[in-house]
Design a protein around this ligand. Structure first.
Ligand SMILES: Cc1cc2nc3c(=O)[nH]c(=O)nc-3n(C[C@H](O)[C@H](O)[C@H](O)COP(=O)(O)OP(=O)(O)OC[C@H]3O[C@@H](n4cnc5c(N)ncnc54)[C@H](O)[C@@H]3O)c2cc1C
Length: 569
């Protein structure tokens, strides 16, 4: 294949995580004449989805109901979720869990052999379907095995997409580097689905894999597709100290306690009814307050909170939380059977993302977004645990179907022949060709420091202003980088530079959105504006790319059944 060759497919999916694989299966199943490509910068089962531990939420009967799952999600979102999207989601969640069951997912079972479900933060019924504490691992292997059965799905593993091509509000394809050769190729597609995951790696202390740099969000943004609600970043209450590796909320679902240095279950002050099973924004704020007021444990990596599982006993820990025990022993140096696990809040999820509607359509025709990179207004200002993997399944399937239908009813839109040269110039001349004196890892660490110090659990106007200024300065310095490695094959330095560029753009939208939103809602807490303000701020933030930085607009929230009320747990 020479580097000028164009690769043509009907449907191209960027991302082989849970959303991308689910989309591929539906598109391929929809019609076997549709030819589908799945591009991923890592081998599919190395996508972050594999790390999901606790479970996938779905109403499977008993005393549970669609309305209850919807209400929990809407209340959890601090009323910023669009309620039509939530209702669609819960009604389709059940069949997705059953589909995975049929494709061989080894769900944990009840004694009667049914799919078992555990309690989870913010859910008022045990509805998290799980496979021990390796739910994502099993779901991903099930989906990957299923997807490889289709002759009309072709995988491009270890290909790095650098930009998506949108002209006249229509998607035409994208540009990608085959990492093995270092050659740039242009993909032409009738429909494109972006399923590139989240960007929590803009933070230092995070549960996310190093690949979670939000590439697809930044590419869409640069191509003129707006990003939505980017100020809402979820902090997970139990990131293990010092690595940030996740200790699943399932550990609290199984009955784990959170303890401060005075040996108190402090959640009784913050959420007397739900205690440790309050939603993540509330628990993360409680932990941060305990630490700031001096009731954290002292440790070599700073103050922390303890997650105590000892009372669950060795047998239950081994059955329900085997990965957690293994991770705590090997990477935290504590055996949770004997000792509490040191934890504190860690950056975990982006509620915001590429602006898309209930059908996963974006502003550009033929361009769809699903999974964590998208914002369909499902999670509002705070996502409930276990709703994300199910979101990837439900809306991955929707994206696959919509893209398939679009591909059947539209022709290819030509990509100009010289486009490959434009793309090569952007990456090879403008990034790899720079000969400045700034180093990518240094800028990356400075970005993470700014985000961790000034755009964390508690925010203040003056800190956000200073963060924005420092970020703009980093963007200037980025113009002056040098990637030492000039080789073509597997150039990790080049990939790192491209990812840094993406995260700089995304952080700017997060800070700008957070600075503008002068209220506290869900995961966005402004110490200078501590109350939720429905009169002025019951609306979504839409950020458009401009060369000077994001331009913000606002759109209304859809309310079907549940008008906003005070949120207590
Ligand atoms: C440790 C951890 C535990 C979690 N536990 C749970 C849980 O129990 N339940 C729950 O509901 N949620 C959980 N979540 C959240 C949930 O796992 C994620 O939100 C979800 O899996 C994201 O899936 P995705 O398909 O959107 O993206 P990902 O799985 O992140 O996949 C992104 C894909 O895009 C590809 N990609 C990205 N950029 C490029 C590029 N430039 N070129 C080519 N390919 C690219 C990647 O290679 C990858 O294949 C957890 C998250 C973490 C980090």
């Amino acid at each position: 294949m020479n580097s000028m060759e164009r690769i043509i497919h009907d449907v191209v999916i960027v991302g082989a995580g849970m959303a991308g694989l689910r989309a591929a299966i539906t598109a391929a199943e929809y019609n076997d004449k549709i030819d589908v490509a799945v591009i991923s910068k890592v081998y599919p089962v190395r996508s972050h989805s594999v790390c999901a531990q606790g479970g996938s939420a779905a109403m499977l009967g008993g005393e549970d109901s669609y309305d209850l799952h919807s209400w929990d999600t809407v209340k959890g979102s601090d009323f910023l979720a669009d309620q039509d999207v939530v209702e669609f989601f819960v009604e389709n969640a059940t069949k997705e869990i059953i589909a995975l069951e049929h494709w061989g997912c080894p769900w944990s079972r009840t004694e009667e052999g049914k799919i078992n479900q555990r309690p989870f933060g913010g859910h008022s019924y045990p509805r998290a379907c799980f496979a021990a504490d390796m739910t994502g691992f099993h779901e991903m292997h099930t989906l990957h095995a299923k997807a490889t059965e289709f002759e009309n799905i072709k995988f491009y593993d270890e290909w790095f997409v650098t930009s998506i091509i949108v002209e006249d509000r229509a998607s035409r394809g994208l540009a990608a580097i085959e990492l093995k050769t270092g050659n740039m190729h242009v993909f032409q597609s009738k429909a494109t689905i972006i399923a590139t995951g989240g960007y929590a790696r803009v933070y230092e202390f995070t549960t996310f894999s190093h690949i979670a740099t939000g590439d697809g969000m930044a590419m869409a943004y640069r191509a003129g597709i707006p990003l939505k609600d980017m100020e809402f970043i979820q902090f997970h209450p139990t990131g293990m100290v010092p690595s940030g590796i996740l200790i699943t909320g399932g550990a609290r679902g199984e009955g784990g306690y959170l303890i401060n240095a005075k040996n108190e279950r402090f959640m009784k002050q913050y959420a007397p009814e739900k205690m440790e099973l309050a939603p993540r924004d509330i628990v993360s704020r409680a932990e941060t307050t305990e630490i700031q007021e001096g009731r954290g444990f002292d440790g070599p990596y700073g103050p922390y909170i303890a997650l105590d599982l000892r009372h669950l006993g060795e047998e239950k820990i081994n059955e329900r939380l085997p990965l957690i025990r293994d991770v705590a022993i090997k990477l935290g140096g504590v055996d949770p059977v004997e000792e509490p696990i040191p934890i504190k809040p860690a950056a975990h999820y982006s509620m915001g993302g590429i602006d898309a509607n209930i059908k996963t359509e974006t502003m550009a025709s033929g361009l769809y977004a699903a999974g964590e990179c998208s914002c369909l207004n499902m999670h509002g200002a705070n996502r409930l645990g276990t709703n994300s993997t199910t979101d990837c399944l439900v809306f991955g399937a929707v994206a696959g179907e919509e893209a398939a239908k679009f591909a059947l009813s539209h022709d290819h839109r030509e990509i100009p022949k010289d486009r490959i040269m434009v793309e090569e110039k952007i990456v090879f001349d403008n990034i790899l060709g720079r000969e400045g004196d700034e180093r990518v890892p240094v800028l990356r660490d400075e970005l993470r420091q700014i985000m961790s110090e000034k755009v964390w659990v508690f925010r203040k106007g003056n800190q956000l202003e200073s963060a924005l200024k420092e970020l703009k300065n980093l963007k200037k310095r980025f113009e002056n980088i040098k990637v030492e490695d000039k080789e073509k094959q597997f150039n990790a330095g080049l990939v790192g530079a491209l990812q840094l560029g993406f995260t700089l753009d995304l952080s700017e939208t997060t800070i700008a959105g957070a600075l503008a939103r002068i209220e506290s809602r869900g995961a966005h807490t402004r110490l200078d504006f501590p109350k939720r303000d429905d009169n002025n701020w019951l609306k979504h933030t839409i950020a458009y790319y401009t060369t000077e930085g994001p331009r913000l607009e606002y759109t209304p929230v859809t309310i079907t059944k549940w008008p906003p009320v005070a949120r207590a747990y």
